[in-house]
Design a protein around this ligand. Structure first.
Ligand SMILES: *[C@@H]1O[C@H](CO)[C@@H](O)[C@H](O)[C@H]1NC(C)=O
Ligand SMILES: *[C@@H]1O[C@H](CO)[C@@H](O)[C@H](O)[C@H]1NC(C)=O
Ligand SMILES: *[C@@H]1O[C@H](CO)[C@@H](O)[C@H](O)[C@H]1NC(C)=O
Ligand SMILES: *[C@@H]1O[C@H](CO)[C@@H](O)[C@H](O)[C@H]1NC(C)=O
Ligand SMILES: *[C@@H]1O[C@H](CO)[C@@H](O)[C@H](O)[C@H]1NC(C)=O
Ligand SMILES: *[C@@H]1O[C@H](CO)[C@@H](O)[C@H](O)[C@H]1NC(C)=O
Ligand SMILES: *[C@@H]1O[C@H](CO)[C@@H](O)[C@H](O)[C@H]1NC(C)=O
Ligand SMILES: *[C@@H]1O[C@H](CO)[C@@H](O)[C@H](O)[C@H]1NC(C)=O
Ligand SMILES: *[C@@H]1O[C@H](CO)[C@@H](O)[C@H](O)[C@H]1NC(C)=O
Length: 800
């Protein structure tokens, strides 16, 4: 679909429908991006890709020259957590030039280097070639896929089907059967990459393709396993053996084990299915989704699904800046990979509702991933929101960080609350049509805001403390016996306040008890309880800090846990975090109250100190471009009535932290399940979403025109940037370039604000014109226009 051309009536171009070709799947695969570049459909459960042996490799892949250990079936996207990575289950590995009984099947023996620059990928397809000439290709459907090996010479060639080596090397039991018809069924239990649990997963490989696509015959099969566990890489290969069984032991085993198949012919096509139920379901999933083993057809279907998703945002790919276009569509791709659609694959409870995994973590994704889905894919988003609600229905709490199908660790608040509030605000009136029971959604929010789970380290919040004190005191033992990891007290309180704002917003949108609105409005403002007005740092006074039970503030240096922390603190969840903030500093988190930024401006002494303070935060390096707590801050000048400064800052942040090449910072941090990707999309389109509200901050787009298609309303909204100036596409737009917003008209009517736009207009299907100019003085004095500041709860904003 190509909405933009249709709308603007431009003449059609050959490449108009080939947005897939603009996607660079390798963005975010160097340094710490951890992006997944393998084959997957949008929100696919199967994410097939190669796994490298080198260091930090959360998604299995690195764009480097390290060896690869196999091609495996599922992966996370962009996450942190265990450096070795999660998933990477049941890899295949192709071998040539060996005899069956002496093939190097164990992990350390078989690893192979890739030929130089051999990796290539496009949406729905990945390929590489080993230095020994074996070519790998893969494509996938939702719970199944195809993997093809092309060998440099005719057989005997071999394929290892690895039972035990997931990415984390966390096998703790499993089994395998081989049939002489070429079917290998596997099941295994592995540790999740982020959290305290394990999960059990199943796969089914078929190697006997129908004659029409078959280029090989199976001429040998068997199993292998470690001779003994003190030297696990010494293995025994047993021809004609058809099963292996390693009972669950409760601890991780170094066992090397799997099946080995021998083939005549010079290529092998393997079909796989995966399931969380059992291996027969895995086989059935493959049979249902890929009945005829047609590689090209599977790849085409995947490519079409991607082309459809990508087209939800339209730009003229010829006219606009090539780097911006590549960044935009590559980001759009990654922003729609997860959460993973496990509908029908929930092993834990029976439910008619959708099941999604890889909410890894809502702390990362609430800011930009969900708001982006709200703009262009409310049907898919409704299913995801429904899966969050179903998590509450069956566990009592809204899931926060479901990783590898199990609850992970809670990072800040139970931040799944925020997308649910966002959904209520934006689609509450259409909830039923979108498959979300809105009464359940609301009850889920209230119960998560009120109840305290026995262990709020994996789900839920420490509401006992929050309700009693209005903050999270340090050194307080919950008399109820409820436990969790009691660190990050200051930043958790700030997020709990935002979570309560999500409940307040849902109460209004869903017309719930007005008493609830009052109650949660009040609690939304409790972020002020963390504010120590007396602390001064770098000449700026007033910072969020942790507090003791008796109310006194406990000092930690505001630059602690910033990128320029002179001391070097522990800043993660652990009990060694004595700063009170999670993965961020007091300098950064002191700006965090998106529900009431006017209050922050006020606490910081008004616009005249807020603006220099924000400037100082960027200049001193306290801004962490690579992590979520700072996402909104380049836009925060809007709240001091200075959208002109946000425009300059956003340009600077984008060009200093994002690029398309392989050198330097391709993305500034972990992609985090598409969080970084969707952030970049918002920056490029000149918008930033205010959580759990219909407001989007608006600014200077990086393109001269774009369209947003909404798949529920069936609307295409056209944005046109008048006086768009390509010279502004750099870190420091030159003086005299048209970087400032002069006026905004929505369907011909002047917008009363130059700082924010309503969601209903963004998805309303009309025409929005943003006129740019270069007048520094006029831009500074116009500000948001009288009365045009974005809403803040503390100044009466977000009125019911
Ligand atoms: C791989 O790349 C690294 C870093 O660029 C380089 O030092 C090393 O020599 C390369 N190794 C091989 C086997 O090409
Ligand atoms: C095949 O194996 C033999 C014996 O190990 C070795 O000498 C030869 O170089 C190998 N050929 C290829 C193409 O790997
Ligand atoms: C690990 O898996 C086993 C076998 O499925 C199960 O009995 C056990 O409860 C799991 N442990 C955790 C912590 O998830
Ligand atoms: C395991 O293998 C090692 C090295 O081959 C050997 O020393 C050891 O005795 C073996 N252990 C068992 C239990 O067989
Ligand atoms: C495995 O089975 C095949 C076919 O029945 C037979 O030719 C071969 O000798 C067997 N191999 C072993 C080691 O038993
Ligand atoms: C998830 O999978 C189900 C079953 O195939 C499908 O109906 C649904 O549309 C999918 N949703 C998304 C968002 O991919
Ligand atoms: C919230 O309610 C408490 C208790 O009634 C009150 O002391 C506090 O001032 C209220 N806060 C706001 C921001 O209204
Ligand atoms: C801040 O300092 C003032 C003046 O010394 C004092 O009255 C006030 O109690 C202090 N506030 C806090 C929260 O420490
Ligand atoms: C409050 O608690 C802190 C931390 O336990 C302690 O250092 C401080 O002395 C207490 N202040 C008062 C006034 O009791």
């Amino acid at each position: 679909m190509w909405y933009f051309l249709a709308l603007l009536g431009l003449c059609s171009r050959a490449n108009a429908a080939d947005l897939n070709s603009l996607v660079n799947l390798f963005i975010g695969t160097v340094s710490s991006g951890n992006a997944f570049p393998g084959a997957a459909i949008p929100h696919g459960m199967a994410k097939v890709g190669i796994d490298v042996t080198a260091g930090v490799r959360q998604s299995g892949y690195l764009h480097d020259n390290s060896s690869i250990s196999g091609i495996s079936l599922m992966h996370d996207e962009g996450t942190g957590g265990n450096a070795l990575g999660g998933y990477g289950i049941f890899p295949l590995f192709p071998l040539t030039n060996c005899t069956f009984s002496s093939c190097p099947v164990a992990l350390s023996a078989r690893v192979a280097l890739r030929a130089a620059n051999a990796d290539a990928a496009e949406p729905g397809y990945f390929t590489t070639t080993f230095v020994n000439g074996i070519k790998l290709e893969t494509t996938s459907a939702r719970r199944s896929g195809l993997i093809r090996f092309t060998y440099p010479k005719s057989g005997p060639n071999h394929v290892v089907v690895d039972l035990t080596n997931d990415l984390g090397r966390s096998f703790s039991g499993g089994s395998l059967t081989v049939s002489d018809l070429g079917r290998v069924k596997l099941g295994g239990t592995f540790l999740q990459s982020y959290g305290q649990s394990n999960y059990t997963v199943f796969a089914c490989y078929d190697f006997a393709a129908p004659k029409s696509v078959n280029e090989h015959t199976i001429d040998a099969f068997g199993t292998y396993q470690s001779k003994n566990l003190s030297t696990p890489s010494t293995v025994t290969i047993t021809a004609n053996s058809t099963s292996l069984n390693f009972p669950y032991t409760g601890s991780v085993s170094p066992q090397q084990a799997g099946a080995l198949l021998g083939f005549t012919g010079s290529s092998v096509l393997a079909r796989f299915g995966i399931s969380f139920h059992d291996s027969d379901t895995a086989c059935a999933n493959a049979e249902e989704e890929i009945p005829d083993w047609d590689f090209d057809a599977v790849q085409r279907a995947s490519a079409e699904a991607w082309e459809d998703i990508l087209s939800h945002i339209g730009v003229d790919t010829v006219v606009e800046d090539a780097t911006v276009v590549e960044l935009l569509y590559s980001s759009m791709y990654r922003a729609n990979l997860v959460p993973a659609n496990l509908t029908g694959e929930n092993p834990y409870w029976q439910s008619p509702f959708p099941f999604f995994d890889a909410f890894f973590c809502s702390w990362d994704t609430f800011r930009t991933v969900h708001p982006l889905l709200s703009l262009h894919d409310p049907r898919g988003w409704g299913q995801i929101v429904s899966a969050y609600v179903d998590g509450w229905r069956h566990t009592g709490y809204i899931p926060e960080c479901r990783a590898n199908t199990k609850p992970g660790y809670v990072q800040g608040g139970d931040d799944g609350m925020i997308p649910l509030g966002d959904f209520a605000v934006k689609y509450g009136q259409h909830a039923q049509e979108l498959g979300v029971p809105s009464d359940d959604l609301y009850t889920a929010l209230v119960e998560t805001a009120e109840n305290t789970p026995p262990n709020w380290y994996t789900v839920g919040r420490q509401n006992t403390a929050w309700k009693q004190f209005g903050y999270i005191p340090t050194d307080w033992t919950d008399p109820s016996g409820s436990t969790g990891l009691p660190t990050r007290e200051a930043s958790r309180a700030l997020e709990y306040a935002l979570g309560d704002f999500a409940v307040r917003q849902a109460a209004i949108a869903l017309r719930k008890d007005p008493g609830d609105v009052v109650k949660y409005s009040n609690r939304s403002m409790n972020f002020v309880n963390m504010w120590n007005p007396n602390l001064t740092h770098d000449g700026f006074t007033g910072f969020s800090q942790r507090r003791a039970v008796n109310g006194t503030f406990l000092f930690s240096s505001p630059d602690a846990c910033s990128p320029v922390d002179p001391v070097g603190h522990s800043c993660a969840r652990g009990s060694d975090n004595n700063v009170g903030f999670y993965e961020s500093s007091s300098w950064e988190y002191s700006f965090f109250a998106p529900q009431s930024m006017a209050t922050i401006v006020d606490l910081m002494g008004g616009p005249d100190t807020f603006i220099p303070r924000l400037d100082h935060y960027f200049a001193k390096g306290y801004f962490s471009a690579g992590n979520e707590p700072g996402f909104e801050n380049p836009w925060a000048y809007h709240y001091a009535n200075r959208p002109d400064l946000s425009a300059l800052r956003v340009r600077n942040v984008v060009y200093r932290n994002f690029n398309t090449g392989f050198n330097g910072q391709v993305i500034p941090g972990n992609d985090d399940s598409g969080a970084m990707a969707s952030l970049l999309i918002f920056h490029l389109l000149g918008m930033y979403p205010v959580p759990a509200s219909k407001q989007l901050l608006i600014g200077a787009p990086f393109v001269s025109a774009f369209t947003i298609f909404n798949d529920f309303f069936g609307t295409t909204t056209s944005f046109r940037v008048i006086n768009f100036d390509k010279k502004t596409l750099q870190a420091t737009p030159p003086a005299g370039s048209n970087i400032f917003v002069k006026s905004i008209t929505i369907n011909g009517k002047p917008s009363p604000s130059l700082c924010w736009i309503n969601f209903d207009d963004v998805v309303g299907g009309g025409n929005i014109e943003i006129e740019m100019f270069n007048d520094v003085t006029k831009a500074a004095t116009a500000g948001c226009l009288p009365g045009g500041l974005p809403d803040s709860l503390g100044t009466g904003g977000f009125a019911p």
